[in-house]
Design a protein around this ligand. Structure first.
Ligand code: IMP
Ligand code: MG
Length: 197
């Protein structure tokens, strides 16, 4: 974590968020602040544009990747890439911190995949089950080639082998929240990425 001192901060959870197991007063340890995230997303765009020609499709996993992909597509515009953007929803985590172990698609398959290069985007690569499932789903839909981009990679947690081609930040075995990433539907609104442990 590049020597940056961790800072613990407390934010109120949004009102009306329901009575989930996340304690809204639980302290969040700052890992990557807004400026650091902006720099990293700004650096990812040219990395991606060097690897993938224009005309590809981003398939982002809801809900966790929604903030990241919103910033990423605007950074990609700056380097002359204008991908189509699709979203899919997978189930695996319930309201807790541990994966349910099985992954399935909820709702529609994405359009714009057959015969095209696809950049699969998720918030966190943890055991690898979700990304492996999504990759196989997209291959089954006839994607010409798939690259994987994870905002946060936790390689020490991997149970299924997947190649993450583009990584925002690498962390150890931490439970991260913020910048779209939730714990029990809380914390997605935080402009920074922190750890809840
Ligand atoms: P995997 O299938 O075990 O790799 O888990 C990936 C999914 O679990 C991600 O899309 C996240 O939604 C969720 N997840 C894994 N680790 C974390 C975390 O540290 N914070 C919040 N969600 C996580
Ligand atoms: Mg997710």
């Amino acid at each position: 974590m590049a020597g940056s001192a961790e800072k613990t901060t407390t934010r109120e959870a949004p009102s009306g968020g329901g009575a989930g197991p996340a304690d809204p007063r639980a302290p969040v340890t700052m890992l990557f602040d807004e400026a650091e995230i902006a720099r990293r997303v700004g650096a990812l765009a040219p990395e991606i544009s060097r690897a993938i020609a224009d005309g590809f499709t981003i398939v982002a996993l809801l809900k966790g990747a929604f903030v990241f992909v919103a910033d990423l597509v605007r950074a990609l515009d700056g380097v002359g890439r204008h991908p189509r953007v699709e979203f899919i929803t997978l189930s695996s985590y319930g309201r807790g911190r541990e994966s349910a172990g099985t992954v399935r698609l909820i709702g529609e398959l994405p359009d714009g995949v057959a015969g095209r290069a696809v950049l699969l985007v998720d918030d966190v690569a943890d055991t690898g089950r979700s990304l492996a499932f999504a990759r196989d789903l997209l291959l089954g839909q006839g994607a010409a080639r798939i690259w994987i981009c994870a905002l946060v990679d936790k390689p020490s947690r991997r149970e299924i082998e997947i190649a993450v081609d583009f990584t925002g930040f690498t962390v150890g075995d931490r439970f991260v929240v913020g910048y779209g990433i939730d714990y029990a539907e809380q914390y997605r609104h935080l402009p920074y990425i922190g750890a809840l442990d």
